[in-house]
Design a protein around this ligand. Structure first.
Ligand code: TRP
Length: 333
């Protein structure tokens, strides 16, 4: 059987450089080696944005444009929309018999997210949110995917999917393929404020589509060594977010930058300006490509529609097999 990759993004905002270094670059590489599916997970996005459907809808095309801009090639990767694949919803219902409520409540990813969403859920979480790992297992198995490139925070979800697959196969017979998480070169990028995570909701992100003025504003406010007040104070680049980003964007210049900082021979403003220049340079080709798609929204729609059509065929195959195994194959010829 061929290796098949599946990944997904919740369309709740544009993608940022955390996504870029954390997963997008990796995807662009992997699409050359494996059959690849990229899901725009709009139904999953609704699990914690159910009262904001406009937000989810408006971000669908933004996410697709970001993917295309970084080099996802629709000839190699199938980009599709979750809500247009009803088989995923069907599988979710079938799998929900195989998972206990206690097991969902113990899922570390779900647990963390619930505690972060107290404002939304109060003391009582919705059935839909608690159950999203089941729906994610449906995303994966609908396409017979076996390699799932994700960040570490997603590992408990993949583990839960593996359990569902094993349970399904043990009850209904060998039908589904057990997937594996692929961590690869994914790394988590810290925020401009030094937070361990760069996030839309944390306000510490540089977006792939940010114009130069925006990047300048953000970098100028980035956290630097707080003990360093004057230019000739000895700096500590190990606790400075500007040097952290230089390591991502300024390759050959990094050593000199850090040495000068330690020796008190470079001011933070100059250092930030150099970083801004390098970020702008790296994002330029991405932004040019993005602009092309922004000017051709019909093309973006077509790419998503074509990908979705292809995904629908695959999911239809899977649901047929699943229904046969579960003795739900009524009226099929
Ligand atoms: N939960 C993932 C995230 O928040 C998005 C996602 C949805 C996903 N479906 C998936 C990831 C299937 C991997 C496989 O980033």
């Amino acid at each position: 059987m061929n290796d098949i990759i599946l990944t997904g993004d919740r369309p709740t905002g544009k993608l940022h450089i955390g996504h870029y270094f954390g997963s997008l670059k990796n995807r662009v590489k992997l699409q050359n080696e494996y059959e690849t599916y990229i899901e725009v997970a709009d139904i999953q996005a609704l699990t914690d944005n159910f009262s904001n459907p406009e937000k989810v809808k408006n971000n669908v095309e933004q996410i697709v444009m970001d993917q295309l801009a970084v080099g996802i090639d629709p000839e190699k990767s199938t980009i599709f929309l979750q809500s247009m694949i009803p088989e995923i919803a069907e599988l979710t219902v079938f799998y929900s018999n195989l998972v206990t409520i206690a097991r969902l409540q113990r899922n570390p990813t779900v647990k963390t997210e619930i505690s972060q969403k107290k404002e939304l859920f109060g003391e009582s979480v919705t059935y839909g949110f608690l159950g999203y790992p089941i729906s994610q297992a449906a995303d994966i198995t609908a396409f017979n995917a076996n390699i799932i490139p994700v960040g570490e925070d997603q590992l408990p979800l993949i583990e839960q999917c593996r359990e569902i697959v094993r349970k399904f196969n043990s009850i209904y017979g060998e039908t589904l393929r057990e997937p594996q998480a692929y961590i690869g070169e994914n790394k988590r990028i810290k925020g401009l404020d030094g937070n361990e995570k760069m996030g839309k909701s944390l306000g510490n992100a540089i977006y792939l589509s940010d114009p130069e003025e925006e990047i300048t504003k953000k970098v100028m406010n980035a956290l630097t060594d707080p003990a360093r007040i004057k230019k000739d104070d000895y700096g500590n680049p190990d606790i400075c977010m500007v040097s952290y980003y230089h390591k991502l964007f300024s390759n050959s210049e990094v050593e000199e930058i850090c040495a000068e900082c330690r020796a008190g021979k470079r001011g933070c403003v100059v250092c930030k300006k150099q970083l801004i220049k390098n970020i702008v340079k790296e994002l330029l080709p991405i932004q040019e490509k993005r602009r092309y798609y922004e000017e051709n929204p019909k093309l973006v729609k077509e790419i998503l529609m074509e990908g979705t059509k292809k995904a629908q065929k695959e999911a239809a195959n899977t649901i047929k097999k699943v229904k046969e195994s579960m003795k739900l194959d009524y009226f099929l010829v």
